[in-house]
Design a protein around this ligand. Sequence first.
Ligand SMILES: Cc1cc2nc3c(=O)[nH]c(=O)nc-3n(C[C@H](O)[C@H](O)[C@H](O)COP(=O)(O)O)c2cc1C
Length: 418
Amino acid sequence: MKRVDDFRLRLGKHELVPIMIGGMGVDISTADLALEAARLGGVGHISDAMINTVSDRRYATKHVKEKLALYKSNVLNEDKSPVKFDLGRLVEATRLHVEATMARKQGDGLVFINCMEKLTMNAPRETLKVRMSAALDAGIDGITLAAGLHLGSFGLIEDHPRFRDAKLGIIVSSVRALQLFLKKSARTGRLPDYVVVEGPLAGGHLGFGMDWAEYDLATIVAEVLHYLKTEQLDIPVIPAGGIFTGSDATGFLENGAAAVQVATRFTVAAECGLPDKVKQEYFKASEEDIEVNQISPTGYPMRMIKGSPGIGDGIRPNCEAYGYLLDANGKCAYISSYNREVAAHPHARKVSVMDKTCLCTHMRNFDIWTCGQLTWRLKDTTHRLADGSYQVPSAEHIFKDYQFSTEQRVALPEPAGA
Ligand SMILES: Cc1cc2nc3c(=O)[nH]c(=O)nc-3n(C[C@H](O)[C@H](O)[C@H](O)COP(=O)(O)O)c2cc1C
């Protein structure tokens, strides 16, 4: 009987354990988590979501405070178009995070950075170009372009000296999205080094509408493999979303996938950036506690635990400090929803906003608990402790469980204190 370890992912000269831990912003997929994947011979991701905030938290910079100070006079203004990101600071924050991560890398694996293109930052092209270039300058092994795939993104870095040597991958949820991307980037003479095919059970934002339940990862992966074969394109395909056991992963590898991308199992790892209390919420969640809703201002459906404190919260938009979702015209859907509620309740001290959320503030504070559909199964992957809480496993334990397990089994960690 085959297991994941019987397969290898080939990316250029690298031969890797075919397990990729997906990017999870904001600093949920920490450097520590990504580095464990690399040490064990696979691929880990850090994320550049809200990189200035991550830099402040991890490397004692003051980007957020200083940005807020600069734009303080705009806080009560409904028009956020004057709020811009300083590209130099963006470079510095990215450089700090990537350099500090890569300096600690051990083992034969790789560390990539997840770049969500929906973080349009009131200047989509300029900021994306700077984010990608700075990560390449700082020595990242590769970039995975996600959420909102900007079809011209390869073109933004085609003059970079590392454009051909760094690994560049994309995340798509349909063969059509892949076709469009390949068509648009053909001009650069460079194919993606890998394609992550993300199905409807993934965490974070979904590349599907609210009819997500009608789609199936295995079917989409088969379509993508068929298309690439027909076009004689040799690009590794990496399925993601709902791959919960080593056997699930092996099934995809046997059917032509080059690796799998997984995330949910690692949200409760010791090295994951979620606070311990939130990890316990993930363990406790039942299937009914998980929903896909439309409160993300990005316009993409997003999966989360219904009890997330950020749902319905009516905080004043915090774009002067953050502003990562401001579109090219300085607009964010949360601002409109917030202003509508304030106008409807002029005397309320605090309003509730149900249809959208201030995603920047709440992701920063770990108050939107985005998760994969199979989060409810996490409780079966560890021990319940005497106080009713769940034992947090190490990333190494989870990684090796994927790598070596068979017959749909999930190995439990060594009991704490054993
Ligand atoms: C907590 C959480 C946060 C995520 N954040 C991101 C993100 O910032 N960018 C992204 O491209 N994908 C994100 N994802 C998707 C994962 O990278 C991954 O592709 C997917 O969740 C894999 O499915 P699984 O969680 O069922 O294993 C996130 C997933 C989770 C669970």
